[in-house]
Write a protein that binds this ligand. Structure first.
Ligand SMILES: Cc1cc2nc3c(=O)[nH]c(=O)nc-3n(C[C@H](O)[C@H](O)[C@H](O)COP(=O)(O)O)c2cc1C
Length: 389
């Protein structure tokens, strides 16, 4: 495992700082922020600190093995890149860059419905290693079209996001002018852009086109971003129910993973609907401020599912130690969102590769110091006695 560095970053927080220097304010805030007062966003990270591991010694821990299967797909470690909207604006053709880094590292990349690059572009970059994320749209024919597109591009895992029936309220987007279509908003954005000429040239100008790559068939003029946004806003369907998941299950022959499950009851419904897995997620604290952190919910959800469905956990994973803690509490793997966004903005594909290598290295070191060499040996026994549930 290489510890060579391409940019001077040793932690997710370091990438975050570099990203802040590179991105226009409204874009940095879009990535960094959460809903409401951002209590859940903070709890996602903070609650990992409350999980304590047991240090074990003299166990022969040479060469810990982090390889695994994630939703039936071989991976070099139990981690996948979570879908992030508009990642093609964090760096030039950002999704393709990150997908290349993920493929080289041997982990799945997920393309958001509202990604800038198309699935074809991402699959070409990733060697057909990508997962596709979908929101339910009112126009079910458009949904079927997107499923066909995913199949035609060799994608066999669908992440279906269920925690966004309506968009959470993100105050940073109001404060920085992102949501203001009037002159005040335009002025604020222009001044934020003027302070980031490097981004403007590299991504703003050379990174075009900036339309939502998977949705270009849905609007008459894909280069008209306003028309795009209006179409999308009208398409988000708050009426979705478990019946729609059953419908989706019939439409989609590949692996179906429901993303945005936080409660044991909902996890059981997912099982009942024929899902192949869940992502235990609160959308990175971007939806309902005040819900529990994901790591706090994990033991109850794992107990309810009792091994019948794989659980991927996201929200607040910032180190290899966090990955180990999630596995010890019952997850099969984890997803990272903001960490890859920050790395991508900080240094493109090379920085995402560096981030993934360091997370794998940190996981291996944490395993060794807990006295285990294989992922199969990670269980509640690695946790301090009062935390085993
Ligand atoms: C900037 C940003 C954009 C996101 N866009 C999407 C999206 O398009 N679809 C989706 O299912 N989740 C989206 N999410 C949620 C992430 O997939 C993931 O659940 C969350 O980022 C995990 O938390 P973390 O950022 O603490 O790792 C987004 C999150 C962020 C930070």
């Amino acid at each position: 495992m290489s510890r060579a560095t391409h940019c001077l970053a040793a932690s997710c927080d370091d990438y975050r700082r570099l990203a802040e220097r590179r991105l226009p304010r409204f874009l940095f805030d879009y990535i960094d922020g959460g809903a409401g007062d951002e209590h859940t966003l903070a709890a996602n990270c903070r609650d990992f600190q409350r999980v304590h591991l047991r240090q074990r010694v003299l166990c022969d821990v040479e060469n810990p093995d982090t390889r695994c299967e994630l939703i039936g797909q071989a991976a070099s470690m139990p981690l996948a890149l979570a879908p992030l909207g508009m990642a093609g604006l964090y760096a030039r053709r950002g999704e393709a860059q990150a997908a290349r880094a993920a493929a080289a590292a041997g982990v799945p990349f997920s393309l958001s419905t509202v990604g800038i690059c198309s699935l074809a572009e991402v699959q070409a970059a990733s060697g057909k290693n990508a997962w596709f994320q979908l929101y339910m749209l009112r126009d079910r024919e458009a949904v079927q079209g997107l499923l066909q597109q995913a199949l035609a591009n060799g994608c066999d895992t669908l992440l279906f996001t269920v925690d966004l029936p309506v968009a959470g309220i993100r105050r940073r987007d109001i404060r920085n002018g992102m949501l203001d279509p009037g002159w005040r908003g335009k002025l604020a954005k222009a001044s934020q852009l003027a302070r980031r000429p490097g981004w403007l040239l590299d991504v703003g100008i050379r990174g075009k086109p900036h339309h939502f790559g998977s949705l270009t068939d849905q609007v008459a003029d894909p280069n008209d971003l306003r028309a795009f946004k209006a179409w999308l806003d009208a398409q988000f369907d708050p009426c979705v129910t478990w019946d729609d998941i059953r419908w989706l299950r019939q439409q989609w022959p590949g692996k179906l993973v429901l993303k945005g499950i936080l409660e044991p009851d909902d996890a059981l419904q997912a099982l009942d609907c024929g899902a192949d897995g869940i992502v235990l997620s609160n959308h990175g604290g971007r939806q309902l401020d005040g819900v529990s952190s994901t790591i706090r919910q994990l033991p109850a959800v794992a107990e309810a599912l009792d091994g019948r469905l794989p659980i991927l956990l996201d929200g607040g994973i910032r180190s290899g130690v966090d990955i180990l803690k999630a596995l010890a509490l019952g997850a099969q793997g984890v997803m990272i969102g903001r960490p890859w966004a920050w790395a991508l903005a900080a240094g493109g594909e090379a920085a995402v590769a560096q981030l993934l290598a360091s997370l794998q290295c940190e996981l291996a070191v944490a395993m060794a110091l807990c006295g285990v060499k294989s992922l199969a040996a990670i269980d509640g026994g690695l946790l301090a006695p009062d935390q085993r549930g």
